[in-house]
Design a protein around this ligand. Structure first.
Ligand SMILES: [Zn+2]
Length: 401
């Protein structure tokens, strides 16, 4: 039975899955890895970071030419996301560089779009189209519909990547130093790429078992189109045995260091929200009292839903969406509301979410009570207060919801 119009007004048309897309490739590769003992949800979370990253790499008209870092100690020019030279981080030396993190107005659509694409391809692959994914309309961010089960889930999204791999290209004739730029500490320079055609690109990924990094080699790439990164990454995963598995293993180690807030492993300084190292290198910005200022990545940066302001806002927004939509004429459909992210609030869940996650509310007395959250859903943890949520989001082993 089709969606009742009163509910359908809050979602756009269903997204159309694309078997040739990078998102579908990542879903299939994640499922393959799950047969080798890697948790499916975490492989999907690692995939999410790649989908967000390629939206940044693609640029408006190809790869961003400006904002590249030359580091004398490294063999590569580096397109840095956060505010430190990654090569030097792995030598335990911390040099401040203004990174290329996009404006927050760009990050929100990139992360929501990546989450929609990944879910759309996941359900196309595993549920044969029974679950459809829709872009939401205010105040809804995303809608999931199940026509057979007559269920609609309206979600609020709070999401952000754990790790955006820096892009690297070998030192060579392609780098142009920025004219008139201030000298930088530690033999670094900022500049731009002269040519984006046929450049040799890799992703810089921390190793999972040592204080170093490896290069995910993408080969010689024509980085001029606005979808070049999708194509380069998809081809690399298809053509390079085990490269995706190696990336996911690295990502799992990054996730562990984030959850444990382990500032003693160098890969920690490649995760978002890492803050500022204790021993910053020469040239690090100082405040007007001479104390170190600025961070590699602001601790308020959202990794998944793990930002206290986001959690507090979304708790109220769940109530707001619930009040707006749970009283609509549903014509036999079940209306659910949930909070959706790539990663659960690893550092703040216990304090900011756990006390509220099973709250029920009502406006007309005891016969009319509803869940505040029918689900709190991420690739790393699921709280299911409704059976449908527990059944549909099935990427975690039983008992880990
Ligand atoms: Zn460096």
């Amino acid at each position: 039975m089709p969606i009742p119009p009163e509910l359908g007004a809050y979602v756009g048309p269903a997204a159309i899955p694309n078997e040739a897309s990078l998102a579908r490739r990542l879903v299939r590769s994640s499922i393959d890895l799950s047969h080798q003992g890697i948790p499916l949800g975490l492989a999907l979370a690692a995939s999410f970071d790649l989908l967000v990253s390629i939206r940044y790499y693609n640029g408006r008209n190809g790869i961003q030419r400006a904002g590249w870092l030359w580091c004398q100690a490294s063999a590569s020019d580096i397109f840095v996301y956060n505010n430190a030279c990654p090569h030097c981080v792995f030598q335990d030396r911390y040099f401040y560089v203004q990174g290329n993190k996009p404006e927050s107005g760009t990050i929100g659509p990139a992360t929501s779009g990546a989450l929609r694409d990944l879910l759309c391809e996941y359900f196309a692959e595993t549920a044969a189209g029974a679950i459809r994914v829709h872009k939401g309309r205010e105040p809804v961010d995303i809608g999931l519909t199940d026509e057979d089960g007559q269920c609609i889930l309206f979600c609020e999204i709070k999401s952000g990547p754990l790790f955006v791999p820096p892009l690297v290209t070998p030192h060579g004739g392609n780098f142009r130093a920025q004219a008139g730029a201030m000298p930088m500490a530690g033999n670094h320079q900022l500049g731009s790429l002269a040519d984006a055609h046929g450049i040799h690109l890799s992703l810089l990924v921390p190793t999972h078992n040592a204080n170093g990094y490896w290069h995910w080699n993408l080969g010689a790439v024509d980085a001029r189109g606005n979808e070049w990164a999708d194509e380069a990454l998809r081809r690399s995963i298809e053509d390079t045995p085990n490269v995706f598995r190696d990336y996911v293993n690295s990502w799992l180690a990054l996730w562990d260091s984030y959850c444990a807030k382990d500032r003693d492993v160098r890969r920690f300084w490649m995760t978002n929200a890492c803050g500022r190292p204790r021993n910053v290198g020469e040239g690090w910005p100082v405040d007007n009292r001479g104390s170190p200022d600025k961070t590699i990545s602001d601790p308020k940066t959202s990794v998944g839903m793990d930002r206290t302001d986001d959690i507090k806002k979304s708790t109220f927004q769940m109530l707001d969406i619930g009040l707006a939509l749970k009283n609509k004429d549903a014509n036999g459909w079940t209306v659910l509301v949930g909070l959706l992210s790539n990663l659960h609030a690893a550092r703040h869940h216990q304090e900011y979410l756990a006390p509220y996650e099973h709250i029920i509310w009502g406006t007309r007395g005891a016969n009319d009570i509803r869940n505040l959250f029918d689900g709190i859903i991420s690739f790393s943890q699921i709280t299911a207060n409704h059976e449908w949520v527990g059944n549909v989001f099935d990427w975690l082993p039983n008992g880990e919801g």
